[in-house]
Design a binder for this molecule. Structure first.
Ligand code: OOG
Ligand code: MG
Length: 263
């Protein structure tokens, strides 16, 4: 049985209310096994439109499952993308409130700031570098709305790829001046090393990952916009985030970014 578009609204309501009330919900595919990946991207886009109508602003795009570590961790072997909106932006000097989240995890990423629109089915990593004003260190807090943080490919796409919050560090570098592949990363939690990674973990090159995303967006007649922030995907696995934790990710020449989690 195919899923009709009217049912999307009900499913979006389930996810939106899980987010609002900080309660996990069953995976959508349990009740709707016929949902396709196209349905999931359509639903994601409808959910974001709803957030924008309710006053949020589009801030950019995020990639997910771009590293082998993350694909293995989640058992999904393809990259995914979702959208970033203004109520997801968190600041380094303000604690992130644990009680506004369900079961958050945090992961290190490289952010791209776009200086021009970029769209098209044949965009390359070189095009991405040319269209980027700066790269910066970032942390993403993911918070799947699903029970036990477990999902299928279709479920996670519909859930806007588990997006919850993100923070951008203050070292901004022109991308042509760094080799993003060879950037090393160490993420620590409360002073102890938690994970390590490298730029090359992100589909071989974070710029390549962003190019993949632009080509994928082209299938929906979408693209990146001037001013967009793009999170290119985690460089390592994500770690649980609890009240009282201080997380710092250091990216060598790309600087550091930190996050404190409050009650
Ligand atoms: C999906 C989102 C993954 C990343 O950077 O790989 C992601 C998830 O693991 O919940 O944001
Ligand atoms: Mg991520």
């Amino acid at each position: 049985m195919t899923v009709v578009r009217e049912q999307f609204l009900e499913m979006i309501d389930v996810l939106a209310s899980a987010e609002r009330t900080c309660r996990e919900v069953p995976r959508l595919t349990e009740q709707h096994p016929a949902l396709t990946i196209q349905d999931a991207y359509a639903m994601q886009s409808q959910w974001i439109q709803q957030k924008i109508q309710q006053g949020a602003r589009r801030l950019g795009v995020k990639l997910g499952l771009t590293s082998q570590a993350k694909q293995q961790m989640m058992g999904i072997h393809e990259a995914i993308y979702g959208y970033l909106v203004s109520d997801m932006l968190a600041l380094e000097w303000e604690p992130v409130s644990r009680s506004t989240l369900i079961h958050p995890k945090i992961e290190p990423e490289i952010a791209f700031m776009m200086k021009e629109d970029l769209a098209g089915a044949s965009v390359t990593a070189e095009d991405v570098i040319r269209a980027t004003s700066y790269v910066a260190p970032a942390l993403e807090i993911i918070d799947s709305r699903y029970q036990d943080f477990k999902f299928t490919h279709v479920d996670v796409v519909a859930d806007n790829c588990s997006s919850a919050r993100f923070l951008i560090g203050s070292t901004w570098i022109e991308p042509s001046t760094v080799d993003l592949k060879s950037i090393g990363m160490v993420m620590s939690k409360n002073g102890a090393v938690a994970t390590t990674g490298a730029g090359a973990a992100v589909l071989g090159d974070p710029a390549e990952a962003v190019a993949w995303c632009v080509r994928k967006l082209a299938q929906q007649n979408e693209g990146l916009k001037k001013g967009d922030i793009v999170l290119s995907g985690a460089l390592s696995e994500a770690i649980p985030l609890n009240a009282g934790d201080t997380i710092q990710a250091s990216f060598g020449i790309l600087g550091t970014v930190s996050c404190h989690c409050g009650e």
